[in-house]
Design a protein around this ligand. Sequence first.
Ligand code: HEM
Length: 191
Amino acid sequence: MDGDAAIAPAHRLLREHTRDAHDAAEATAGMRALLSGAMNEAGYHGLLAAQLRLFVAWEHERAGEITAAADAWAYQSRIPLLETDLSLHGNLPARVISHVDVPPEFWGELYVIEGSTLGGQVIVRQLRTQFPALPHAYYAMGESAPGQWRRFQQVLDRMLPDRTAQSLAIVGAQRMFARFQRTLQDPGHHV
Ligand code: HEM
């Protein structure tokens, strides 16, 4: 389409428009305690349990979109990883598979989730030092992140080609950051 060349790629806009939200997520009580080594094992479990609740809710809400988007991005469920880390071998919530369109907001939400694995590289190093006997399956995802991230950015740029889609994706990303921030600030909070 004419004019597309003048449009900044979606991955760059998402980063620029969520920089403050990222800093706020990084500055939450949970992330600060985790990185400073001040968190005990019970605290780590509480933080993982809170994120499990968040992912159970989000993956359920977005089950249709996750399936519909799978050709472009094979999202890996975080639920079994968190269950491993919590030593749960629970019943996964039933996936609702339906035929749905994938709205731009979904890509913004997924941007926050996939991007958070980049910080996971730093976090998993701290966790391995502090809790060497625990599996850390969830935060270890970050170790395969760098190459995957480049690929994911390309998917974002393809899926969000115009300003309207990009703006909606930014709204989704900001909402998702806020949700993570609540979870990480107060792991007892219910999403
Ligand atoms: C202590 C906690 C955290 C640290 C140390 C951290 C650190 C990082 C680092 C080093 C990057 C890579 C920057 C780059 O290579 O350009 C990154 C990117 C990112 N992180 Fe975090 N992060 C943390 C928490 C989080 C949380 C809680 C979330 C979301 C819930 C998050 C979402 C993202 C996103 C979306 C990106 C991609 C930014 C972009 O578009 O380039 N991070 N983070």
